[in-house]
Design a binder for this molecule. Structure first.
Ligand SMILES: CC(C)(COP(=O)(O)OP(=O)(O)OC[C@H]1O[C@@H](n2cnc3c(N)ncnc32)[C@H](O)[C@@H]1OP(=O)(O)O)[C@@H](O)C(=O)NCCC(=O)NCCS
Length: 172
């Protein structure tokens, strides 16, 4: 499914995106606030996983394309994670450094969240490093609310939740 906004397009990943994403995942600037840049093997596996997940979840992590340049400038969407013994859909976003500070993450994620509201019912999770203020701001703008602070892979993270799904039927 293709989602368009005034400045961006989101669509499932294609084999032709592989080189760009493997480059992103191996780049420490792109991977800031992540345990680190990936090896070639891990980056290839991560891209394979993106393709697989997008085949089953329409709002899984997928390319964000800048319409004015036609370039893939990052991704947004969910991945599956296990937290405290339960499988969650965790929302994320990541942009190339030159495309940060333009409102792209909020614009892209809002548009893809509309797909989540139509196709899924349940809570989404966001996991944010307490020092990552831009990410905290984006998640709040998307409607996530603070849940708690907890260790994730050994580091304390702030956790936010957002219930999605169709609105409840109106009484009467
Ligand atoms: C976190 C991240 C995705 C945020 O992306 P972003 O596009 O810069 O975030 P926003 O969409 O909120 O835009 C940021 C700023 O752009 C500006 N902006 C917002 N809408 C705009 C618009 N329509 N036109 C121009 N500028 C706009 C605002 O100044 C906004 O700042 P604010 O938060 O004070 O309102 C980005 O910084 C990034 O990739 N960081 C590294 C990876 C990362 O940390 N990912 C999250 C891990 S949890």
């Amino acid at each position: 499914m293709i989602v368009t906004t005034p400045r961006l397009e989101l669509r499932p990943p294609r084999e032709s995106d592989r080189e760009r994403f493997v480059g992103f995942f191996r780049d420490p600037d792109f991977m800031v606030f992540h345990p680190g840049a990936m090896t070639e093997v891990r980056a290839q596996a991560r891209f394979d996983h993106m393709i697989t997940l997008c085949a089953t979840i329409p709002f899984a992590k997928q390319p964000v394309i800048e319409r004015s340049s036609g370039l893939v400038v990052g991704y947004t969407g969910v991945d599956r994670i296990v937290f405290e013994g339960r499988t969650w859909l965790e929302w994320g976003y990541r942009l190339v450094p030159e495309c940060r500070g333009l409102g792209y993450a909020t614009e892209a994620a809002r548009a893809l969240l509309a797909t989540a509201h139509r196709t899924y019912t349940g809570d989404l999770l966001a996991i944010i490093d307490p020092g990552n203020l831009p990410s905290r701001n984006v998640c709040r703008k998307l409607g996530f609310t603070y849940w708690k602070s907890a260790p994730v892979d050994g580091d304390v993270r702030n956790l936010y939740r957002l219930p999605v799904g169709p609105p409840p039927p109106r009484a009467g």
